[in-house]
Design a protein around this ligand. Structure first.
Ligand code: LMR
Length: 405
């Protein structure tokens, strides 16, 4: 039977990373995978992470035992506060449960699996068009149907707000809607607070179920609370909802696979009991799949989140990352405008977070790769963190050249 299995295509992002590594050119630029790089194009260990890591190595009380099925309690409690706010009614009323997961991917999966097993309606999962490519396969793999809602306007290179709202109005009641909490991947385009309010109003009216994915808290604006605004607003509005939270980008803990899944129950007299039942079912799903989550990254994140001095230093490190990215946005826009590169480039600075959706088409992306050794996904997304003061002129020259072709 093994011979009947057709070959699968290579993962686009990891395939791109491999092609970049194998390119011998010294001019090459990696704008593919969303991982922060410093001004020398090197991975950056956050100074606060280094500090927490050193403390862990020197802690005689630590061992290599299993964590609980739900993960490290100090981490999950802190992760809740980080995402919904320490004063959230969901925490006070004990109607939020949290399990530590294999980063954001594991959290999206656990939520998807839970919905596929326990949601009475077998709902369709609505994904933004475009979205992080992995969303499609994670939800499909657990047997859920997926559909798209318009999100990006190719014309304005901003949010297609009307298209999105109309699609939600037309989507069946009870549908699950995946929303990127901030720094939308791949477009870098977020709704304004006013637009979020309107989205929530439609979803409330249609009795739809929000499933937030938050992988860039602190990375979008540099302010952790601001970046959690949409999630907190939906909690305030009394939605029952899921939140998948990744600590890969904001702690620079990519390989440690640290994250959390939260289920928030709607307010009500039996909310706390209902939420406890959900937590117990999630624990069984988790046990059958990963038994219990990995300890190392969780210990690092937990130390930082629970220590006010380290927390303040973390906020500083987040500002370092988001600040450098913003500088690169300004630098790229300035250079393209100075060259008179055909088209408009203001979207480079109005989009936020790790990515910019440049508007370059597939043929242009191909030429950038074959002729200029610049690597980005074929939808024209660039990871802004791959740009730095050493390569930004070359990149602007390359973009200018392919746009004029
Ligand atoms: C990305 O979109 O580049 C990141 O989220 C990395 C990944 O896992 O796909």
């Amino acid at each position: 039977t093994a011979s009947r299995v057709a070959a699968a295509p290579e993962d686009p992002l990891f395939g791109l990373a491999k092609a970049y590594r194998e390119d011998p050119s010294d001019k090459k630029i990696d704008l593919g995978i969303g991982a922060y790089r410093d001004n020398n194009a090197k991975p950056w260990i956050l100074p606060v992470v280094k500090k927490a890591d050193d403390a862990i190595h020197n802690d005689p009380n630590l061992n290599h035992e299993y964590l609980a099925i739900g993960g490290l309690p100090d981490l999950t409690a802190a992760a809740q506060k980080l995402v919904v706010g320490a004063e959230s009614p969901a925490i006070r009323e004990k109607r939020i449960c949290t399990l530590q997961t294999i980063s954001g991917t594991g959290a999206v999966h656990l939520g998807g699996l839970f919905l596929s097993k326990f949601h009475p309606l077998k709902p369709t999962i609505y994904l933004s068009d475009p979205t992080w490519a992995n969303h499609n396969q994670i939800f499909t793999n657990v047997g859920l149907n997926i559909a798209k809602y318009p999100y990006f306007s190719a014309k304005t290179k901003g949010l297609d707000f009307d298209g999105m709202v109309q699609a939600l109005q037309a989507a069946p009641t009870g549908s699950v809607v995946v929303l990127h909490a901030c720094a939308h991947n791949p477009t870098g385009v977020d709704p304004t607070q006013e637009q979020w309010r309107a989205i929530a109003a439609v979803m409330r009216e249609r009795n739809q179920f929000p499933f937030f994915d938050t992988a860039y808290q602190g990375f979008a604006s540099g302010d952790l609370n601001r970046d959690a605004w949409a999630i907190r607003y939906f909690v305030e509005q009394g939605f029952e909802m899921c939140v998948a939270q990744s600590f890969a980008k904001n702690f620079g803990l990519y390989g440690e696979r640290t994250g959390a899944f939260h289920f928030v129950s709607a307010p009500g007299s039996d909310a706390s009991e209902a939420n406890a039942h959900i937590a117990s079912q999630l624990a069984i799903l988790q046990r059958s799949e990963i038994s219990n989550p990995p300890a190392y990254g969780a210990r690092i994140a937990s130390r930082i989140l629970n220590d006010p001095v380290l927390f303040a230093q973390w906020e500083e490190d987040l500002r370092t990352m988001s600040g450098r990215i913003q500088e690169m946005r300004r630098g790229l826009r300035e250079r393209l405008e100075a060259r008179g590169t055909p088209g408009t480039w203001d979207h480079i600075t109005s989009q936020i977070g790790m990515f910019s959706f440049t508007g370059l088409n597939e043929a242009q992306v191909q030429t950038l790769r074959s002729k200029w050794h610049v690597y980005m996904t074929k939808n024209g997304r660039i990871s802004m963190a791959g740009l730095n003061t050493n390569n930004i002129d070359y990149f602007a020259e390359a973009v200018d050249s392919v746009v004029r072709q």
